[in-house]
Write a protein that binds this ligand. Structure first.
Ligand SMILES: [Zn+2]
Length: 266
């Protein structure tokens, strides 16, 4: 099993189109600091899976050699949740002959409008996500009238030949079920719980927004046997600055920050 990280940013990306914060300004000045929306490609013998369909999906596929059109490998799409930054890319895939989408019943229900829009363009096959680990009952804002349920936000576990990866770009609570994976790629949206309030992007804490902050998860991650990386960085996260001291804090714990394009062999 091979993994390619297709993007590592939270909603809006880095830089976000309408944001002039230090993280976004730095990324405009230095293309090496840009981060596309968080997504992961997983290559197995049975084909290629793309986890989450971001607004950047066409560019992300273009930068993934496994998915070059002349290789004839159509990606299957796995969704960890129904948030717009993880699903809006489904609409960009409307040229597909067929589209295979794997998600929980809650996410499928929320995406009814997408299904209706795509129907005249492509044949969509919806499948239940077998190896989902429920992490949060937080619904997207646009689906706030749908009922709460544990399947709104999941970690996805993918396996091959006794090896496994767990991918959880939004982690509202810790699950022991993620702990034994050979590679764990998890929510690094915010460094600390007050970050969203301090930076003025929200009146809620990180935890209240459905994202355990890195400060709350790093010591637990450091004890896990597998390789552990953070992804889904918000533009307010100090880690978007490559010189930030927080990178050293994580390195001392043996933890990594995922970068766009990185390939992981499992
Ligand atoms: Zn910004």
């Amino acid at each position: 099993m091979r993994l390619q990280v297709l993007g590592t940013a939270a909603g809006g990306g880095v830089p976000q189109w309408n944001c002039a914060c230090p993280g976004c300004t730095g990324a405009r000045a230095d293309p090496g600091r840009r981060r596309r929306h968080a997504s992961l490609a997983v290559l197995r013998e049975d084909g290629c899976v793309v986890v989450n369909a971001t607004p950047d999906i066409a560019d992300q596929i273009a930068d993934c050699a496994w998915l070059a059109p002349d290789r004839g490998i159509a990606p299957r799409v796995v969704l960890t949740d129904a948030e717009l930054d993880h699903t809006i890319g489904l609409l960009r895939l409307r040229e597909a002959a067929t589209l295979e989408i794997f998600c929980t019943p809650e996410v499928r229900q929320a995406l009814r409008p997408f299904a209706a829009i795509l129907r005249p363009y492509t044949s969509v096959a919806w499948h239940d996500l077998d190896d989902a680990i429920p992490l949060s009952d937080k619904r997207p804002r646009y689906a706030r009238h749908d009922p709460p349920a544990p399947g709104w936000v999941s970690a996805v576990r993918l396996r091959e030949g006794g090896r496994s990866v767990v991918y959880a770009p939004a982690m509202g609570l810790w699950s022991p079920l993620i702990e034994d994976a050979d590679c764990v790629i998890v929510d690094g949206t915010f460094w600390d719980d007050e970050e969203p309030r301090r930076t003025g992007i929200s009146t809620k804490t990180a935890t209240e927004m459905g994202h355990l902050p890195i400060e709350a998860t790093m010591k637990r991650l450091a004890r896990l046997p597998g390789r552990c990386l953070y992804t889904h960085l918000n533009n307010t996260n100090p880690l978007v600055d490559p010189d930030a001291v927080q990178h050293e804090v994580l390195a001392e714990l043996g933890l990594e920050v995922a970068t766009d394009g990185m390939v992981i062999e499992l």
